[in-house]
Design a protein around this ligand. Structure first.
Ligand code: EPU
Length: 334
């Protein structure tokens, strides 16, 4: 482990941010050394992947450990399934493409999501009708006490954009074990995906991957060109009664069902932000992306304060208009 002072933290929102201390970790042993160093010096220990789902303050008073481990290992293979163990530092999108080339299916709906494999379970990445939770066998973590433990899927307590890792920041994800299908049986009932594949007589996983890539490229800004961290807020979950009341005030109110019998529904944060007119109201060096206003874009040299001020103005306005509280989707790090 090579210790660094004043580590510039790479992040896809292109915010300038420096950690007091940090390092790059290429192995589990590096991570353990880094954690021990941070503990010995009473520093908070923060593991990070590619910085694609985090909003950073200008100064981070922590020890930031950038996970750069690599490796994809087959643990078990049958005619139906393959179980693979993937290092946290692998790039998620490259990993999904690798799986498709190998004939390992299931992750095709999750193509082109920025970030690393180790970050994916933290927010239970999901898109176009599929979540990573459906494929997770185990997540191997480093405990604050220094031992390595494998959590099974139930212990990860996955929910919509949620997991135990959001509430138990002391766990550092080292490896992720996934069970994928050998049968090509794509899922494409998400309306936008279904529409994109309507002409296709037979749909294979590769078609789904291609369609998801096309949709994302059309709708979402590429972070290299327009720095962003994807959806800035979660889609809010409200009671059916509140949704019924909003339905009277908002034309064509978009709702997504939650578990049957829960009495709750998910709204589209993008729709609320759009209807409140925020596409036409940029902040200082930050604005909503025109084809997906849930994504905030750094339009050039934005500071952390400018981003947080703009996000707070949107959230306050949505609360005043609709009584709906928007919650930040990425993690905040100071
Ligand atoms: N919409 C508008 N105005 C617009 C654009 C969209 O009102 O200008 C509304 C429309 O009603 C549209 C709806 O937004 O039907 C849904 O848009 P989209 O399909 O992009 O889905 P989303 O709910 O906004 C979620 C995830 C995305 C994920 C997509 C596809 C969250 C917070 N976001 O967005 O994830 O790619 O579904 O599954 O759940 C991310 O987390 O960073 C992310 C991009």
């Amino acid at each position: 482990m090579q210790l660094r002072q004043h580590l510039d933290i790479p992040n896809t929102l292109a915010l300038r941010s420096t950690a007091d201390y940090g390092c790059e970790a290429y192995s589990s042993a590096d991570v353990a050394d880094a954690q021990a160093y941070a503990q010995a010096h009473q520093l908070a220990f923060v593991p990070l992947g590619e910085g694609s789902n985090v909003v950073l303050h200008a100064r981070v008073r922590s020890f930031v450990c950038l996970l750069r481990s690599a490796g994809i290992e087959v643990l078990q293979e049958t005619a139906e399934h393959v179980t693979i163990r993937v290092a946290a530092g692998e790039n998620w999108h490259q990993f999904v493409l690798h799986c498709l080339r190998q004939g390992w299916y299931g992750l095709e709906n999750l193509t082109l999501i920025p970030g690393s494999v180790g970050a994916a379970p933290v927010q239970n990445i999901g898109a176009y009708g599929v979540e990573i939770a459906q494929f997770i066998e185990a997540v191997e973590v480093l405990h604050p006490q220094g031992e390595v433990v494998a959590l099974n899927a139930a212990q990860c307590r996955f929910g919509y954009r949620d997991s135990v890792f959001k509430h138990q920041p002391g766990y550092t994800i080292l490896n992720v074990t996934l069970r994928l299908n050998k049968q090509d049986a794509p899922v494409f009932d998400y309306p936008e995906l279904q529409a994109a594949l309507a002409e296709q007589t037979e749909v294979a996983a590769q078609h789904v991957a291609d369609a998801v890539i096309r949709i994302r490229q059309r709708k979402l800004p590429a972070p290299e060109e327009h720095p962003n961290v994807g959806s800035f807020f979660k889609n809010p979950v409200v009671s059916q009664a509140q949704a019924d009341e909003l339905n009277v005030r908002i034309d064509d109110l978009q709702t997504y069902p939650m578990e049957a019998g829960s009495g709750r529904v998910k709204l589209s944060a993008a729709q609320l932000i759009d209807r409140a007119g925020w596409k036409e109201k940029p902040g200082n060096h930050v604005s909503c992306w025109s084809s997906q206003p849930l994504v905030l874009v750094n339009t050039g040299g934005a500071s952390d304060v400018e981003v947080f001020t703009f996000a707070a103005a949107i959230a306050d306005d949505i609360y005043r208009r609709y009584g709906v509280q928007l919650e930040l989707e990425p993690s905040e790090l100071s």
